[in-house]
Design a protein. Structure first.
Length: 422
């Protein structure tokens, strides 16, 4: 694919600079996880290492610059997916409780992309088998330019292309195109000809039709928002406004209904009694939950009871079909709010301040989820230094109700606001 010579020269120089990271004293932590380097805070970098957000080293400047260039950098990075030059970043292979191994994990959004096959699945790819003599030489592992280019392409296109990641069992999984050349082939096939417009369209799809599995939906949608806020800010604001304006459904009640249907011996009889009470919005969210529960990936088989209900009650609903839902559950809104910190839209501030004011109505009688929703609202509003009155009003309301949950957190926010307004 043609790349402007000036852009190519800039990206090539930045790729060359990857070989100097170790000499510059950069920690090998930066090779792990994913994230979006241009959106990092001034003093920290959050990367998913042990299955949760974990604070590690801040990304080096060359990471932020490469990812900041965006789609036009991807074809050049793809040319370096078999680049064997060392970076000076070294992982010794020692883990506190478990081992380390190499896999060929390739991330895709199954909400709208076809699967490349089970052996590539993110968090489910089998380990690579090496000859015994070679296996003894795998560690310490010297991260190569190819490994970091694989990671950086993922940072741009909203895919977790992990050069290294932690396994929740305190193990480490490494992915290198040099050991798994199919990773280079798939990446070039899917992303090697990406243009800025095609990346924009892909990120919009990621936001509107994220993965079927619930635990992946938040990650994909939040990642799409962060990248759009940087590459195409008007799209980010437009999508979030529309998302927050959708008809809202209580996800807890739908989940209870789902469990009732899955355990019903006479499905038709139960459905006939329940269906008249369901609005169109509730039916939509029920289908979304069924599709998620029925969804099957390597290492995580789908729930056969959910698949049976889906097939019998909604026979025309293809579990693998791309679909954007007109309604949204209160849980999905709760999950996204804390990530909405990368735009400056005043209307979104107003909408989120209103959610904070109405938080008890979003999760009636559910203090735990009220706190989760409120935390997301406050995270947005206090980071943007706006709507302090709305935040303080919520804190005071909690105090008046003698609600002890999250008291330290709310005292923390109160101090931040008071210091800022002095």
């Amino acid at each position: 694919m043609f790349v402007d010579p000036l852009v190519r020269r800039e990206v090539e120089a930045l790729v060359d600079s990857l070989t100097q990271l170790g000499a510059q004293g950069v920690s090998e932590d930066v090779a792990w996880g994913s994230g979006f380097p241009p959106a990092e805070g001034a003093d920290d970098y959050y990367t998913e290492i042990w299955g949760d957000w974990f604070v590690t080293s801040r990304s080096p400047d060359c990471f932020r610059r490469i990812v900041g260039i965006g789609a036009v950098a991807v074809p050049v990075l793809c040319e370096h997916l078999l680049d064997q030059r060392p970076t000076g970043l070294v992982f010794d292979g020692h883990m506190p409780m478990g081992g380390a191994w190499f896999a060929q994990e390739y991330d895709w959004n199954d909400g709208w992309q076809d699967s490349p096959g089970d052996r590539f699945h993110y968090f489910g790819s089998p380990s690579i088998k090496f000859p015994e003599a070679h296996e003894k030489k795998l560690f310490p592992h010297h991260f190569r330019v190819a490994d970091l280019c694989y990671k950086l392409i993922g940072c741009i296109v909203n895919r977790n292309f992990y050069a290294g990641r932690g396994q929740p069992s305190m193990c480490a999984v490494l992915n290198s195109p040099l050991y798994a050349p199919d990773l280079a082939r798939l990446t070039r096939k899917d992303w090697g000809s990406i243009t800025p417009q095609a990346l924009r369209e892909s990120l919009i799809k990621d936001f509107l039709t994220p993965d079927l599995a619930c635990n992946e939906r938040r990650r994909r949608r939040a990642g799409a928002y962060a990248r759009l806020a940087f590459y195409s800010p008007a799209d980010a604001v437009r999508l979030v406004r529309a998302f927050l304006g959708k008809p809202r459904v209580d996800g807890g009640s739908i989940y209870e209904l789902l469990e009732k249907l899955k355990s019903a011996k006479s499905l038709d009889k139960n459905w006939a009694a329940l269906k008249p009470s369901l609005s169109e919005a509730k039916l939509e969210i029920l289908v979304a939950y069924l599709r998620s529960d029925a969804h099957s990936v390597p290492s995580f088989p789908g729930d056969p009871a959910a698949l049976r209900v889906l097939n019998e009650l909604f026979p025309d609903e293809d579990p693998a079909r791309e679909r954007e839902y007109a309604a949204v559950s209160n849980y999905e809104v709760r999950d996204l709010l804390g990530d909405l910190v990368h735009d400056d839209d005043l209307e979104l501030d107003r909408m989120i301040a209103q959610i904070l004011n109405d938080v008890e109505e979003w999760f009636p009688g559910d203090t735990y989820n009220q706190e989760g929703l409120a935390w997301g609202c406050v995270e947005r509003l206090h980071r943007r230094s706006r709507n302090d009155d709305a935040v303080m009003a919520y804190i005071d309301r909690r105090k008046r109700n003698e609600d002890k949950s999250g008291e330290q957190l709310w005292d923390y926010y109160r101090r931040i606001i008071e210091e800022r307004t002095k």
